[in-house]
Design a protein around this ligand. Sequence first.
Ligand code: FAD
Ligand code: UDP
Length: 381
Amino acid sequence: MKLDLEYKYLVVGAGFFGSVIAERIANKLNEKVLVIDKRSHFGGNSYSYKDEKTNIEIHKYGSHIFHTSNKEVWDYLSRFTKFNDYRHRVYTVYKDRVYTMPINLDTINSFYQKNFSPEEAFEYVKKEIKENYTESPKNLEEKAINLIGKDLYKAFIYGYTKKQWATDPKNLPANIITRLPVRYNYNNRYFKDKYEGLPVDGYGKLFEKILSHKNIVLKLETDFFDIKEELSSCIKVIYTGPIDRYFNYRYGVLGWRTIDLDIERVPVDDYQGTSVMNYAEAEVPFTRIHEFKHYHPEREQAKHETVILKEYSRAAGTNDDPYYPINTQNDKEMYAKYLADSKNEKNVIFGGRLGLYKYLDMHQVISMALNVFKKQIAIQK
Ligand code: FAD
Ligand code: UDP
């Protein structure tokens, strides 16, 4: 198969990064583009499908909630799907009691069994913080204690984080925790972006629409490294697989966490009353339980059955799906070397969370893909 005779562009990976770039090339440049993915479906980790038996939308790789404040990204996706009105709220179980996450006035009052006003809660937590304050926090633990004090940290952050990263929070970078806000009001929305929702027909259908263009040819169950030798040097490659794999791990294997997902059908209408329940204690082996029914209250779904997913975190081997970049100092130095080498691959663009070794939300990946298309692909045409 001489790919470059037919196609000028090859996209490796049909997740959001690859699919958006392919759509732009097909639509805006009117050029043929081949999209390959080694999996048996498109959509990457964001993929979801409708369970025929119950009409429940199953997120194959764990819950994916779309949220963004970027109007360009929202308008772009809205050309392919409508979004429902879902607003994400998360709860957490600690010592047999349920609390709201992220930490807000409700969490604080329930935890301390108080009836604080916002100002009183702020003053109380401030005192707690003062007791263990670190001037220049160097790790997740110090940063978290500076934000909420030791007691709240021990209850809601320590065990969960230790489970998720299998690392003592003292050895994790402080910035992981800055993803989670702390609020002194009763706002328990998980995200604060302007736009939020779930694609009404699911992510699978959304990807089907993005990729259905006469200029796009999709080949699933095709690994880039099995066809690489057949490519000539003039084909432009957009590579969204792991960057260390591309260079055959010449500087070593970058650290990732993976997750194991145990899916279960339960013969009840509602298992936990909400879409995501975190389990804060280190002793509970899973980090959270997802219940997909709650993502689409607008849908007719089975009453006698629900589908849940228990999520377990562990270190990824090279055959596992990489999910969260660990980013130790060693990883950072290794990635810098791969990044330098990637600049010498003149016909290859590295993108997406695996290609950039970065934890990125869907909207960030889409925004990057739109920009890469504008600045690095369209301009060279
Ligand atoms: P991916 O979706 O991973 O796509 C890369 C594709 O490349 C894959 O399909 C892979 O099979 C393919 N590939 C790799 N190597 C090869 C090869 N050699 N040959 C062929 N194909 C190859 N984001 C949000 O905005 N909201 C959320 O609620 C959210 N929840 C998340 C929950 C979890 C558990 C995780 C891990 C992530 C979550 N994210 C969420 C982030 C989201 O998954 C990513 O932003 C998104 O998947 C990134 O898209 P991508 O195209 O970069 O990568
Ligand atoms: N976190 C926590 N307790 C929770 C939820 C999150 O300690 O109940 C911490 C944990 O370290 C996690 C980080 O906050 O890695 C970011 O949480 P987020 O929900 O954004 O993680 P993700 O959705 O990426 O799994």
